[in-house]
Design a protein around this ligand. Structure first.
Ligand code: PHE
Length: 342
């Protein structure tokens, strides 16, 4: 009996088999339990030998069961540890990370640079009324500038004779909105999207400009020049820049100037601040009295300077990017190539 059960315990392959052995031997109707019950019907002499023998057997099988159960549990744990083994020395799997688009980066940078000079950010709608985009900026309906701007007009339903809204062709309408909202004195920049029907290597139908506007009692063109030089030094990260003011014409400024920056091209590499090439970077001038008046500001009391700069254009200059359209292709390979994405 003893040998049979100890063999069965040793041979039990898993917890279920072991439990079956336990029930067969020590369960309520187990063989040994039944034999223990028979002790009652024995003579005292018989009981004196059979009792201890049975108790000893029960204890022995019981401890064999326990030992076997522990051994099976150990083996199961070992198997699990094997299966779930993890090499903590393996390098991590890289996951793609998002990054800020170069145009947004440049917008953040120029917002910070002008912020340091006391300019806050103003905004206006991209779908703008004719009046803000043109009339208020001294561009009369028959003015040729309206054609030059290659304007996208919003369609009006048949019978709706209100003048059409347009996709703003420049950020200059924000000048008017800022004057109306904040009055004088005023120092704002207005970065944002603008739209013109134009598409080639250096033009996209949607692009970005930043408008600058400073209004005070005695603003001069010298302050315009200093402000722009200071900006270019900070933005292009060079100690010295040279700007060239070229007489020009904008309906909303008088006098007007287009501004070029001194640079050099060598080995396809553009350097700002040195060399004998000039690159146009912006339009500017002293705010026209008609424009101040349209913004609700008295031109007898106040004057101001304004400028408008192509953000994509200066980003191309700073990062040496030849094709503007690539900015808006959302091509990760391109972004990676210029170090704008991981
Ligand atoms: N709005 C002009 C443009 O889009 C730029 C400009 C702004 C010129 C402010 C003068 C003053 O070309």
């Amino acid at each position: 009996l003893r040998a049979r059960y100890l063999d069965q315990v040793a041979g039990a392959a898993d917890a279920d088999a072991l439990e079956a052995v336990r029930l067969a031997a020590l369960g309520k109707k187990g063989e040994i339990s039944l034999k223990m019950r028979e002790l009652g019907r024995m003579t005292p002499e018989e009981r004196q030998t059979a009792g201890p023998a049975l108790n000893g057997l029960k204890a022995e099988i019981d401890s064999a069961l326990r030992a076997r159960r522990a051994a099976l549990e150990d083996a199961a744990l070992d198997a699990r540890l094997q299966a779930e083994w993890l090499d903590v020395t393996l390098p991590g799997r890289p996951r793609p990370r998002g990054s800020i688009h170069p145009v947004s980066q440049v917008m953040d940078e120029l917002t910070a640079i002008f912020g340091d000079m006391g300019f806050s950010v103003a905004e206006g709608p991209q779908i703008e009324s004719d009046w803000y985009n043109f009339d208020a900026l001294n561009i009369a309906p028959e003015h040729p500038a309206r054609q030059e701007h290659d304007t996208f007009f919003m369609h009006r339903a048949a019978g709706d004779n209100r003048p059409p809204h347009v996709l703003r062709t420049h950020t200059s309408p924000v000048q008017i909105r800022a004057m109306q909202d904040q009055g004088a004195p005023l120092r704002v920049i207005a970065p944002g999207r603008v739209y013109r029907m134009d598409m080639d290597q250096t033009h996209a139908p949607m692009f970005h400009q930043v408008e600058g506007l400073a209004i005070d009692r005695a603003i001069t063109m010298a302050q315009l020049k200093w402000t722009l030089e200071e900006f270019c030094r900070a933005f292009f990260e060079v100690d010295e820049v040279e700007l060239r003011f070229r007489a020009s014409h904008f309906p909303f400024t008088e006098p007007s100037a287009e501004v070029d920056i001194r640079c050099s091209w060598a080995d396809g590499q553009l350097r700002i601040g040195e060399g004998d090439s000039w690159m146009e970077i912006l339009g500017s001038g002293m705010v026209h009295p008609h424009v101040l008046r349209a913004g609700g500001i008295d031109p007898e009391q106040w004057q101001g300077f304004a400028f408008g700069m192509g953000i994509d254009r200066i980003a191309m200059l700073k990062y040496g990017i030849p094709d503007l359209r690539a900015f808006f292709d959302s091509d990760l390979r391109w972004l990676r190539h210029y170090g704008f994405a991981a």
